[in-house]
Design a protein around this ligand. Structure first.
Ligand SMILES: Nc1ncnc2c1ncn2[C@@H]1O[C@H](COP(=O)(O)OP(=O)(O)O)[C@@H](O)[C@H]1O
Ligand SMILES: [Mg+2]
Length: 259
């Protein structure tokens, strides 16, 4: 779709924590319907990149565009901050994040967890939100868990609740940070299944994952990060089937699920 701007476009992004330069000029583009996976060793900057993309973290240089709209900054370098809080809220609520540790509220039922942000952040109508929340919970296969509390669910069910919560914001894109890493292998697959279904229905997603089989199966594009730079990227068949860089070959042979 060359005429519509990408949902997310990151250009030459630089991010430091004090003296530690974590992102050294990274470009990522996700058009509507694209699934982009980010792979790389621990510490390569994958989580930081996702957090910068939805403005949970500041960055020092480079551009972040949401549907063609560039984030407005004030200040420079370590003093650079987003200039427009309304713009930040609009972008952040349109790029819903799913975390490794689910981050559900322990004192709320699953249904309340899913309804919370649409009600309080978006100010949507309670009846409509409840209908949508129940539908998303059914969609991820836990429609019978609405009245349960997070502690009463398995890890795989909690993560699916977290995905329903992200979907209930009706975001333009979903950002996943290692969504299956905290799960036992047998529970991992139920979450992978949900992510595959979302990919098939044309959701725009950026997925940080250690699961090379999932990355291979769901992605349109895979990006291998190494020490804050893109070392290699391409379509999954090429990236996993014919990796060019020595570092990517080493990384893939060190991961157990290489496709
Ligand atoms: N809040 C922080 N303060 C200081 N250093 C951080 C912070 N978050 C991450 N880092 C550092 O940034 C680097 C990249 O981290 P991260 O983005 O979490 O990598 P990944 O997700 O690829 O494992 C690491 O060296 C990490 O220690
Ligand atoms: Mg990480």
């Amino acid at each position: 779709m060359p005429d519509t701007p990408p949902v997310i476009e990151i250009r030459d992004l630089h991010k430091s924590y004090g003296d530690l330069e974590v992102l050294k000029g990274v470009d990522i583009t996700a058009h509507k319907g694209d699934v982009v996976s980010l792979i790389g060793s621990s510490g390569s900057g994958k989580s930081t990149l996702l957090r910068c993309a939805n403005l949970l973290e500041d960055s020092q240089k480079g551009d972040i565009l949401f549907k063609g709209e560039a984030v407005k900054w004030r200040g420079q370098g370590l003093n650079r901050r987003p200039a427009d809080p309304k713009q930040v809220l609009r972008i952040r609520t349109n790029l819903s994040m799913v975390f490794q540790q689910f981050n559900l509220w322990a004192h709320m039922t699953i249904l309340q967890n899913v309804m919370e942000a649409p009600l309080t952040v978006l100010g949507r109508n309670r009846g409509e939100v409840e209908t949508a929340a129940r539908a998303y919970l059914a969609k991820v296969g836990i429609g019978d868990k609405c009245d349960a509390y997070p502690a009463q669910l398995s890890g795989g069910q909690q993560q699916r609740a977290a995905i329903a919560r992200a979907l209930c914001m009706e975001p333009e894109a979903l950002l996943f940070d290692e969504p299956t890493s905290a799960l036992d292998p047998e529970l991992e697959q139920e979450v992978v299944k949900v992510i595959k279904a979302l990919a098939q229905e044309g959701r725009t997603m950026i997925i940080v994952t250690h699961d090379m089989k999932m990355a291979h199966d769901v992605s349109d594009h895979v990006v291998f990060l190494h020490q804050g730079l893109i070392e290699e990227q391409g379509p999954p068949d090429l990236l996993f089937g014919a990796p060019k860089s020595e570092r990517l070959r080493g990384f893939l042979s060190s991961t157990s699920h290489a496709a």
